[in-house]
Ligand binder design. Structure first.
Ligand SMILES: N[C@@H](CCC(=O)N[C@@H](CS)C(=O)NCC(=O)O)C(=O)O
Length: 216
């Protein structure tokens, strides 16, 4: 039976999960939620995910949320040992480190810069964008010697970070200053057969959403 994915266009964590489903060719039914309309707060969704976040998967009765946990689960369940999430403890630790960096450092810095005008009705703060830029510089330095986020192979960390980077770009952050990130991004655009189907619509949806809040 195909797994169910609850998601919304323009959500970075949903994008990474959709990329992995495509990568591993895992059959999935997509359920599009309208967050502004409160679909994620309906009792039937809360039964599945009391944290009311997207993405959530339902793998034949096994419900899971938190995108990076979903990424790990999908490889463990459907492609164990794949280079996307290697079995070797040290290689796996590097992937985990990059996923944690994305969640706890990079995306959290970006959120503090890009979301306040939308969710708190307060202006974007340049100091917050500088924090994001510092974190992106660190990722950029790492990519100077690594072909991919966690070394020489594509891993789920690349998919998660790729979704993040596209989101910061759509939010209006100038990505031209990060040469190594740009080369990595460009390479992934050409290497991932599902990139063109999934990423530009994500960026377009976010461009429209962020448009009123971008600094001129
Ligand atoms: N760390 C979570 C973040 C999930 C998240 O916050 N998703 C947003 C949409 S991008 C959401 O569901 N917001 C609605 C809510 O939190 O009620 C993940 O990676 O899955």
């Amino acid at each position: 039976m195909p797994i169910d994915l609850y998601e919304m266009l323009g959500s970075a964590p949903c994008l990474s999960v959709k990329m992995l489903l495509n990568h591993l060719k895992i059959p999935a039914n997509l359920h599009h939620l309208n967050l502004p309309a409160g679909d994620h707060l309906k009792p039937e969704y809360l039964k599945l995910n009391p944290m009311h976040t997207i993405p959530t998967i339902n793998d034949n009765g096994f419900a899971l949320w938190e995108s990076r946990t979903i990424l790990r689960y999908l490889v463990n369940q459907y492609a164990p040992g794949n280079d996307l999430y290697p079995n070797d403890p040290k290689k796996r630790a590097i992937v985990d480190r990059m996923l944690d960096f994305d969640l706890g450092t990079l995306y959290s810095a970006a959120a503090q810069w890009m979301y306040p005008p939308i969710f708190k009705k307060t202006p974007r703060e340049p100091e917050k964008e500088k924090v994001l830029s510092d974190k992106l510089q660190l990722f950029d330095q790492l990519l100077a010697t690594n072909r991919y986020a966690a070394g020489e192979h594509l891993t789920i960390a690349d998919l998660s970070l790729l979704a993040s980077v596209n989101t910061f770009y759509a939010a209006g952050h100038n990505m031209d200053q990060y040469q190594n990130i740009k080369s990595w991004w460009n390479r992934l655009e050409h290497e991932l057969p599902y990139y063109k189907e999934l990423v530009p619509p994500h960026v377009d949806a976010l461009n429209a959403w962020f448009a009123p809040y971008k600094q001129k």
